[in-house]
Ligand binder design. Structure first.
Ligand code: SF4
Ligand code: SF4
Length: 232
């Protein structure tokens, strides 16, 4: 037959080995009323303390530059900086980014995303897309109040993602400072590096060449240059 335990006495366990030293309530405490009045007095005093809360959404919080809000595409001179390399989509843990690359022979940066979408239902605001982007083309903005009423609305297309670089200045400055500190001379970000063009590097640009042929030509040009530098 199971032994009947003494229920008046708390059982000792790993979390409460000192149960014998538990404080006994005084008479006034056991009435509870003085304690309730004390709590009310404490709450009343807080009315006159400085407030740290905001009346959102009437009052908006302006986050610091380190804040990671909604990822956006940087618009530079009316165009996206993005060259549709796909690195951000590759690095994105929940696979929230999708894009299709296209080419524009008249544009110095040659490639651009035909479409670029971020599924904000999937985004976890990790900032990996921003970390890996070689063009400073996608950054985390200050935008935190994001609302949608359907799944379709949660998919942000290129037009909704583009934000002029002037409006992202604080974050771009922060990133430069942070990346330079992290990678030192190996990073040393230069804005003009944003345009990578095989064509610009070619000594004799031949528009009849395919991209592979251009790369081959570039390699041989680089080798000739390296040899001549070495001979000097
Ligand atoms: S912040 Fe993270 S989850 Fe969101 S799009 Fe960028 S990589 Fe993907
Ligand atoms: S990593 Fe940057 S340049 Fe490459 S596709 Fe993403 S946003 Fe565009």
């Amino acid at each position: 037959m199971a032994q009947i335990e003494n229920l008046d006495k708390p059982r000792a366990n790993a979390l409460n080995q000192n149960y014998e030293r538990e404080r006994k309530l005084s008479f006034s405490e056991s009435l509870y009323l003085p304690e309730i009045l004390k709590a009310l007095w404490y709450s009343f005093k807080q009315i006159f303390q400085p407030t740290f809360t905001l009346n959102y959404p009437e009052e908006k919080w302006d986050p610091p530059a380190i804040f990671r809000g909604r990822p956006v595409l940087v618009e530079d001179d009316g165009k996206e900086r993005c060259v549709a390399c796909g690195l951000c989509a590759r690095a994105c843990p929940p696979l929230a980014i999708s894009m299709q690359a296209n080419e524009d022979a008249d544009d110095p940066k040659e490639r651009y995303p035909d479409f670029f979408e971020i599924n904000m239902l999937r985004c976890i605001y990790c900032g990996y897309c921003e970390e890996v982007c070689p063009e400073e083309a996608i950054v985390m903005s200050k935008d935190y109040d994001i609302v949608f009423e359907s799944r379709e609305e949660a998919i942000y297309d290129k037009q909704r993602l583009l934000v002029p670089k002037e409006d992202l200045k604080e974050r771009l400055d922060f990133l430069r400072e942070y990346k330079n500190r992290q990678f030192g001379k190996f990073w040393d970000f230069q804005e003009e590096n944003n345009i990578h063009s095989v064509r610009d590097r070619d000594r004799e640009f031949n528009s009849g060449l395919s991209l592979v042929e251009m790369l081959e030509q570039q390699k041989s040009n680089d080798k000739t240059k390296a040899d001549s530098d070495w001979a000097r």
